[in-house]
Design a protein around this ligand. Structure first.
Ligand code: AMP
Ligand code: MN
Ligand code: MN
Ligand code: MN
Length: 277
């Protein structure tokens, strides 16, 4: 059987549409042999995902996608092979749940000022026990016909600089990397091209990330073209980072972001899974 890795995806424990069980089942159907569930700032979906992984034969890699700050910007760090019970990490996810709830309250107030009431209750209901994310607000805005797509909700209300944007203080990047590595995991810079950094800023970021103990970079993501793959692979080589691949799957609506539907990792890049025990 050919190995197929997908090391970045979301379940209902954060802003994914599928439960951990449904997600692992879908990954299995798509031919994924090793799957990392990487919900935003939470490991709450991992236990359920493991049960379904055992039943289907998918190898589950424990994961998380931490929201972090470096130089006043937000960067997502994926942790792979983490120990969810490592106390500092477990404590951090608990704090991040409060951070996200407080941010949600502020976003809802801003929406109220734009004459859009009742957002808080709606996103709380939608998120249930999981993390409240801006995706939940986007879905609410679509459901109330304020916008017609999630993208439009971000463009008009939720993105940085828009009326309902709330600046949030996340964990420091260096600290988040230490939680991951000290729990036995590997820290990976998620979707490096999404931050729109200049080459110089990318160099500074990767230097700080390496110094903090970061070991990987997502070379392969969904919707990445050959030139972009070469660019990120070049960063991986120059900064001696292992390469990861992940779809960042959230739901089945977006057919461009399917579980396991990924270009292969370039041959000269060290696969991040070789670092996972
Ligand atoms: P949060 O971590 O709560 O700030 O939410 C970030 C999540 O919102 C990301 O992981 C994406 O799933 C989603 N997101 C961010 N920007 C956009 C966008 N422009 N369009 C659609 N979804 C977005
Ligand atoms: Mn998301
Ligand atoms: Mn992300
Ligand atoms: Mn993600």
């Amino acid at each position: 059987m050919t190995e197929l890795y997908d090391l970045h995806c979301h379940s209902t424990a954060s802003d994914g549409a599928l439960s951990p069980t449904e997600l692992v089942q879908r990954a299995h159907q798509q031919g994924v042999t090793s799957l990392a569930l990487t919900d935003h700032d939470t490991t709450a979906g991992l236990t359920e995902a493991q049960l379904c992984a055992d039943a289907t034969g998918v190898k589950l890699i424990t994961g998380i996608e931490l929201s972090t700050n470096w130089q006043d910007k937000c960067f997502h760090i994926v942790g792979l092979g983490i120990d969810p019970n490592y106390a500092p990490l477990a404590e951090a996810t608990c704090n991040l749940q409060s951070t996200r709830l407080e941010r949600a309250e502020k976003i809802a107030l801003k929406l109220e000022k734009k004459r859009i009431p009742d957002a808080l209750e709606a996103v709380k209901n939608a998120a249930g026990d999981g993390m409240i994310t801006r995706t939940h607000f986007a879905d609410f805005l679509v459901s109330q016909n304020h916008v017609s797509t999630q993208q439009e909700a971000f463009d008009r209300y939720l993105a940085k600089g828009k009326p309902a944007y709330v600046s949030t203080s996340w964990a420091k990047l260096e600290l988040a990397v230490s939680w991951i590595t000290e729990s036995g995991g590997v820290a990976v810079l998620a979707h490096p091209l999404r931050y729109k950094l200049s080459a110089n800023w990318m160099k500074r970021l990767l230097t700080a990330f390496k110094d903090a103990g970061g070991q990987g970079i997502e070379v392969i993501t969904s919707r990445i073209n050959a030139d972009e793959i070469r660019l990120v692979a070049d960063y991986a080589t120059r900064f001696e980072l292992a390469g990861s691949m992940g779809s960042d799957f959230h739901n089945a609506v977006n057919q461009w972001t399917e579980l396991g539907r990924l270009a292969p990792l370039p041959k000269n890049i060290k696969p991040v899974w070789e670092l996972l025990k």
